[in-house]
Ligand binder design. Structure first.
Ligand code: PXL
Length: 283
């Protein structure tokens, strides 16, 4: 069984970060070891007055204990971290577990804007962590902030996205994946660049003109799970995009009341079938 640690916050209400990463990757058949960086009453996108308890002081202690026990990991995936100091602690994990495939979702901005808790300095710190990752998974807003470029909301073409991916990989990671790409108004998907192979891969589905919180975390959880299971980049993109779209479609009937997150639980059987179907095909 492949073993992955996932380092991000625990937002008790709101279906994001650890409350989606853990069940999704468990369902995919991975042994999941969660490291909560903080506990919040809710996520910060759309709620007010949330509680926030910083647990970062425990990060070095957990790392030291795991090392003392000789634990090893096939993967490390990271999401919302909450402070520049935590980024440094996660970089320590990357050094302490060199055997793991490292997947970084920068999680600090969307729709052209930084999330409430973050500033430019955090984006710069995150660019440093991306340099130490194997795979990074920014949305288009985060990609622009990571590169210190202007955010381009739409009207871009394949040359722009491919150039963006090359510049992201040049931060120092092998693979850059950018999400939320929409060239024609009717399709949306993810495009990946593998700098070692100098090749691009993409997977698109129908564009659904709605915004739910947490879909980035769901996408990255499925992608990280698929990569650590050993899927090709193309298969991993397909599994992750299809699962994210399924979750959005399952939530559409309640889109007014369910804005805070998608009904990912209802779609886990389809994700399991997708992962197992691929496995059968490759044997
Ligand atoms: O889904 C990303 C995310 C995770 N965790 C917390 C957040 C957000 C986005 O706003 O606020 C606490």
């Amino acid at each position: 069984m492949k073993r992955i640690m996932t380092i991000q916050d625990l937002s008790c209400f709101g279906k994001c970060s650890l409350t989606v990463a853990h069940p999704i990757m468990s369902a995919m058949g991975l042994e999941v070891c969660p490291i909560p960086t903080a506990i919040l009453s809710t996520h910060t996108a759309g709620f007010q007055d949330w509680t926030f308890r910083d647990l970062s002081a425990d990060l070095p202690r957990i790392e030291a204990h795991w090392k003392s026990q000789g634990l090893t990991f096939d993967g490390i995936s990271t999401g919302y971290l909450g402070s520049g100091e935590m980024i440094g602690m996660v970089a320590d994990y990357f050094r302490a577990f060199p055997e793991a495939v490292k997947i970084v979702d920068p999680v600090f901005a969307d729709n052209g804007r930084l999330y409430p808790a973050f500033d430019q300095a955090y984006a710069a710190g995150m660019a440093g962590l991306c340099a130490q990752a194997d795979v990074i998974v920014p949305n288009l807003t985060e990609a622009a902030f990571l590169l210190g470029e202007e955010y381009v909301a739409g009207g871009y073409d394949e040359d722009y996205i491919h150039g963006l991916l090359r510049r992201l990989a040049a931060l120092g990671c092998r693979v850059a994946v950018v999400t939320g790409v929409n060239y024609d108004g009717v399709h949306q998907g993810a495009v990946a660049y593998d700098s070692a192979a100098d090749s691009f891969t993409q997977y698109f589905r129908e564009n659904i003109d709605v915004s739910f919180h947490g879909t980035g975390d769901i996408f990255t959880s499925a992608l990280a799970g698929a990569i650590v299971l050993g899927k090709s980049l193309g298969d991993a993109l397909r599994v992750a995009v299809d699962y994210t779209v399924d979750c959005i479609l399952a939530t559409m009937p309640e889109k007014e009341t369910h804005w805070y997150g998608v009904k990912f639980e209802a779609c886990l059987p389809g994700l399991i079938r997708a992962v197992q179907g691929d496995k059968a095909a490759s044997v």
